[in-house]
Design a protein around this ligand. Structure first.
Ligand SMILES: C[S@@+](CC[C@H](N)C(=O)[O-])C[C@H]1O[C@@H](n2cnc3c(N)ncnc32)[C@H](O)[C@@H]1O
Length: 285
């Protein structure tokens, strides 16, 4: 029962007993427990996973991610083709591969907001082949507070779950005054009480699948998957990377800010199903 062993390891992490978690992982079978044992034995969490871009980029370049990114880019591109935006803001653009693949020929300027400088520089170079680019090495919260620009279209793929719920609600409210259309790609993760037994079981079950996709990429397992996994349950999680929720809740957040929301499935993914949400502000007469 490798998944239940991994769930028990995560419950020990959640209880703050990292040493017991490391011991339990080391004595348990399965690739996920082996990965947890190696990561927890190091004793400290790695720094910001997006600042050291290599592990994240190996993550998105392998496993099911190329298929996920291809579908996400195509779904976004279809929305661009309907809106034909001249100006776009992309929040948490990473290395820009989705942004570059989603742009319609109408595009003139793209503002890229990304706190990880190495990823942002790659995105600026890539997207710069298609449009004038604004480079903003910042969180979206700080960027919006310092800039009063408007955009035809605002998008974000798998980045808004990095923000704590109160912060992202403020972002939606601000964007409702700055654009007519938002599109976000996010995961449909069931609602759990943080660090509950059900939460740990879900994480163990899904990450057991995730690690099998990266047997040939140990740098992804130790440098990206494990910090993101442990960061979701460690009580002193610093840093924590993800605040997930059901897709209906994502839609409700956008609706609460005034957007009319449509949603479409992108791909069943090992972590959770991926969806595209498109929010439109009512046209004022
Ligand atoms: C899972 S990656 C997705 C990157 C890219 N959008 C893609 O689809 O490949 C999440 C990204 O969000 C960025 N991020 C984290 N916190 C952020 C914040 N507060 N504001 C803007 N971006 C943020 C990270 O640095 C990272 O590049």
């Amino acid at each position: 029962m490798t998944v239940s062993s991994a769930a028990e390891v995560l419950r020990l992490v959640a209880a703050g007993d990292r040493r017991a978690a490391a011991d339990r992982a080391a004595g348990s079978p399965g690739a996920l427990c082996a990965a947890l044992a190696a990561y927890l034995a190091e004793g400290t969490d790695v720094g910001q996973v997006y600042d050291e871009a290599a592990a994240f980029q190996a993550f998105i370049s392998n496993g099911t991610n190329p298929a996920l990114y291809e579908r996400t880019s195509a779904a976004l591109r279809a929305v661009h083709d309907g809106v034909l935006p001249r100006s776009v803001l992309d929040i948490g653009c990473g290395d820009g591969r989705v942004v570059a693949a989603s742009l319609a020929p109408s595009i003139a300027r793209v503002d890229l907001v990304e706190p990880a400088a190495v990823l942002l520089d790659e995105a600026v170079a890539l997207v710069g082949e298609y449009a004038e680019v604004g480079r903003h090495c910042s969180t979206v919260e700080a960027f919006l507070a310092a800039d009063d620009r408007r955009w035809d279209f605002v998008q974000s793929t798998f980045a808004m779950h990095n923000l704590a719920p109160d912060d992202r609600r403020s972002v939606w409210a601000e964007l409702s005054n700055r654009t007519a259309t938002v599109a976000i790609a996010e995961f449909d993760v069931p609602a759990f009480a943080d660090r509950s037994a059900a939460h740990c079981s879900y994480l163990a079950e899904r990450y057991a699948v995730g690690v099998t996709e990266y047997v040939d990429h140990p740098e992804v397992v130790n440098g990206f998957l494990m910090p993101v996994l442990v960061g979701q349950v460690a009580p002193d999680a610093a840093p924590r990377y993800t605040y997930e929720q059901p897709i209906e809740q994502w839609a409700q957040e956008l609706a609460a800010a005034g957007f009319t929301v449509a949603k479409e499935p992108i791909l069943p993914y090992w972590w959770a199903d991926a969806w595209l949400l498109v929010g439109r502000m009512p046209v004022s007469t």
